[in-house]
Design a protein around this ligand. Structure first.
Ligand code: HEM
Length: 205
């Protein structure tokens, strides 16, 4: 079988960031369930779950700044910014593809390249996840880690109950994102192609 053109879509720093982030999230979600549902779940002692959650949380925060420095430093952050020209029409094309085309063997309407890696829907979701939800989750987590120390800020933000609700809602959002993200990642030219690309850097076009 002839090979398509190979594109270097995922540079090393992005791959390293991504897999540290992904394993960090799996860990945070598992320990998060144990902490939130300690009355009904008992797969890990609560104190151990809290301790792992705190350490891994700091790891994910540090890793986020590696990702941010790479994208801001190289100027590649523009791949995350949707182009307003014809954006709605492109989103509609992409939705039609995911809702129908993909099931009847149509081609993905988005032509991928290292400079234009994400389709308009991916761009929107990744932009919100990386620049809104993840920073909000990091901040709320940090404040919940030392409630007394950050009391002033917590009160400014509406109090501990609101902050805890935000952290838990985002936790559910990230858990759902992970499942949906993995499903969409199977929609490459073979079900494992995108996973391989995130490991090797190269994607077949
Ligand atoms: C088990 C967990 C995960 C798996 C298996 C996974 C898999 C993948 C794969 C295969 C890609 C490349 C194809 C694509 O863009 O869809 C990718 C890209 C991406 N993933 Fe994940 N992912 C996981 C967790 C996460 C988490 C937790 C986040 C963020 C909170 C995330 C954010 C991203 C972003 C932003 C990209 C694009 C990276 C870039 O090219 O700059 N992923 N993921």
């Amino acid at each position: 079988m002839s090979k398509g053109r190979l594109l270097y879509n995922y540079p090393l720093p992005v791959r390293v960031w991504h897999w540290i982030n992904a394993s960090g999230f799996v860990c945070l979600i598992l320990t998060g369930f144990q902490i939130r549902y300690a009355e009904v779940l008992n797969f890990m002692p609560l104190t151990v779950a809290i301790s792992i959650h705190n350490y891994v949380g700091f790891g994910v925060i540090a890793n986020f700044f590696v990702w941010l420095s790479y994208y801001l430093g190289t100027g590649n952050v523009k791949i995350y910014i949707p182009d307003s020209r014809g954006w709605l029409a492109l989103v509609w094309e992409q939705l039609k593809y995911y809702g129908y085309g993909v099931f009847v063997g149509k081609h993905n309407p988005h032509l991928m390249s290292p400079e234009n890696k994400f389709n308009p829907l991916q761009q929107l979701v990744y932009l919100v996840v990386m620049f809104v939800f993840l920073p909000a989750q990091m901040m709320s987590g940090l404040f919940l880690w030392q409630i007394k120390k950050y009391e002033e800020y917590i009160n400014l933000l509406g109090g501990i109950k609101l902050l805890d609700t935000i952290h838990v809602l985002l936790f559910f959002l990230f858990t759902s994102f992970l499942v949906i993200h993995c499903y969409f990642a199977t929609l490459g030219h073979t079900p494992l192609a995108r996973f391989k690309a995130m490991l090797t850097g190269f994607e077949e076009h």
